[in-house]
Write a protein that binds this ligand. Structure first.
Ligand SMILES: [Zn+2]
Length: 248
């Protein structure tokens, strides 16, 4: 009677095993139990499965989990490479790009605008005007070529102003063009990085939400199996002295 209570029939091959050599379905976690019950509809919670067949089911479950993970990884990778392939935009260095496309006139305009907006220009201009006025006021030279009120100087000043204005505008147009190019470049680079970050995000999500729990679950299964092996070893150890005692 004692012996009968300690054996059970495996649901897979209908053989009789020691209870310690297997598990009841109610002791298994639900995913594994459902897999077994799908194969053996007549099984119920107190059905017994031997360790050997249980290992089969565990391996099958791990395989399914790993397979699924790989499939998910492939999907995310395909998504990423599709996005990378779609973005054929070449990131440009706006500065050098614009520098190369400059005409001679534009270069001159830039140089003049740069000089016109400097202290060196203001100081030298004031100095030139002062020298001009002194030359025409002080009695050092016998001939005053532009006497007070310096009408010729006035004419020159107007001419400089008239030429400087369009030069500055040219330079400003170029600055605006530069800004526009840079903004376009920034926008494209940003939208590209944004999309890549989005895919990376889903990759990390997948890693955290699926790969990691799956890994932990596989580890849990391994720990369970270790526990069962430990139980079997204990059982063997418990049986051994009795057997030895019987022999003597
Ligand atoms: Zn079995």
């Amino acid at each position: 009677m004692d012996l009968m209570a300690k054996t059970a029939i495996c649901i897979v091959d209908q053989q009789r095993y020691q209870v310690v050599d297997g598990m009841r379905l109610e002791e298994l976690e639900s995913g594994l139990r459902q897999m077994i019950m799908a194969d053996f509809p007549q099984a119920h919670n107190s059905s017994f499965i031997c360790s050997e067949h249980l290992v089969h089911y565990r391996l099958a479950k791990m395989d399914a989990m790993i397979e699924n993970d790989y499939r998910q990884n492939d999907k995310v990778n395909a998504q990423l490479s599709k996005i990378l392939a779609n973005h054929t935009y070449r990131v440009v260095d706006v500065n050098s790009e614009l520098e190369q496309s400059l005409t001679f006139g534009q270069r001159v305009a830039d140089a003049v605008a740069r000089f016109g907006g400097s202290w060196a220009f203001i100081i030298s201009f004031v100095l030139v005007m002062l020298v001009w006025m002194l030359l025409n006021v002080l009695p050092i030279f016998s001939h005053h070529f532009d006497p007070y009120p310096f009408i010729l100087l006035n004419l020159f000043l107007s001419m400089v102003a008239a030429i400087q204005a369009p030069l500055i505008m040219m330079s400003q147009n170029r600055a605006a063009e530069y800004d526009r190019l840079q903004a376009t470049n920034d926008f494209k680079v940003n939208s590209m990085s944004e999309e890549e970050i989005r895919v990376l995000h889903s990759k990390v999500d997948h890693l955290i939400q699926q790969d990691e729990p799956n890994m932990l679950e596989i580890q849990k299964m391994q720990t369970q199996m270790l526990g069962e092996i430990q139980a079997q070893v204990n059982e063997l150890r418990r049986l051994q002295p009795r057997r030895r005692r019987n022999q003597s």
